[in-house]
Design a protein around this ligand. Sequence first.
Ligand SMILES: [Cu+2]
Length: 479
Amino acid sequence: MNKSKIIIVVLVLALSAIACIESTDLSSLQPTVDAIAQRVDQLDGGAPIDAPSEVMVGQADVEFTLKTGGDGHSLVFIGVGGDIDGVVNPTLVVEPGAVVQITLINGQATEHDLVIDEFEVATGSLTQIDQSSVVSFVAGEAGIYSYYCNIPGHRAAGMVGTLQVGEAALVNGGTSIVKNPTDLPGPLGDRAPELVQVELVGMEVEGQLSSDATYPYFTFNGTVPGPFLRAKVGDTVEITLRNEMTSAFTHSIDLHAVNGPGGGAVYTSVAPGETKVFTFKALNPGIYMYHCATPSVPHHIASGMYGLILIEPEGGLRPVDREFYVMQGEIYTQQDFGSGGAMTFSADRLADEAPEYFAFNGAAAALAGGGNMLTANVGETVRIYFGVGGPNYTSSFHVIGEIFDRVYPFGSITSENLTDVQTISVPPGGAAIVEFTLDVPGDYILVDHALSRLERGLVGILHVEGEPNPDVFREGGSE
Ligand SMILES: [Cu+2]
């Protein structure tokens, strides 16, 4: 991502946040990745990429220079000049039918090359430092393609980027994996203990990470987080875990609500196509995380395999008007935040705990627009079940413009509540419940108050409708 893009992303989010706090004009609030992407597209779309004064190979419509680099820990291509200057594994955007010229410069005294299979592009191998090679080709059909280094092991080490041909190809490339925050079962009521049967399915899907990027997600039942599970203390819970035949990985489940080794993972390791069942008795009320526990566990969690299970206490929780289900996670992509195209998972960035994206409910700005905003009315009491899938970052969960009237810290329902809290700390593998009554209409922004993460996709909106309440909040002086 170049500097101008970073500035735009920061500005859009910052201005939106300020607009929310200071203005009642809700239409001005659009801190969605769509809006950001649009601005970025406006910037990039018409901007000519350094036209060559002399075309060396054919008559190129567009020209890119890439230099090989890396530090032994990882290997990459780095953009040279134009919009991609300094960008690691930049996404190369061209029009269908364009004559594209790529110059590859070897930045290392190690053997490298660059190939694009679909267009039969191959630079030939470069073995010496500063050696270069120029290739040109006609970009064919619109779509998403990969350029990569064909020397064994180098693609896996990080030498891969996206060639995007055409505009439309990216937008609907993946399916939505976002869990709607209102999609959770209602209170169980006052009933005797029962057998609760749950069916979960391990599904690997190329999902929409932002408006112009996809990511290879691992999910329970196709969404991030997975289904909100609800049982009552004393219930017997039977978990059936099936792994889709089309999966590439084995999966399993560890529920923190379980008393028993692995939280169920020891009985549920399912290879593609397999199904396994285990049963546990819900002994402790609380709000608990569940997650896949198949190695590399942080890879499976970071890719989306987590959710919450509520074990209601005797008599249930106190009634509220609305309940929401929100979980925070990190996503570790090989490509920088804001790159378009098909993102790939980075084991190096995961090991370094250096995510490119942070997300509520699976995708960048997923709860900040579209059909997935939280909505409520003035006078209503809302409850948010908030969990952190992580796998690594503790959340300082805060709702801008609201105070939590009641908090169940660490997911403990049986302890005394905390009252009148601004921000709660929720560790990875943990959860909490917050409740508050809405006094004033407007938009309230859900954030992790470690606010750098806001600029990496971690933002949601609670939209509240109703009559103004000048007694509590108004513009101007006291009289
Ligand atoms: Cu898994």
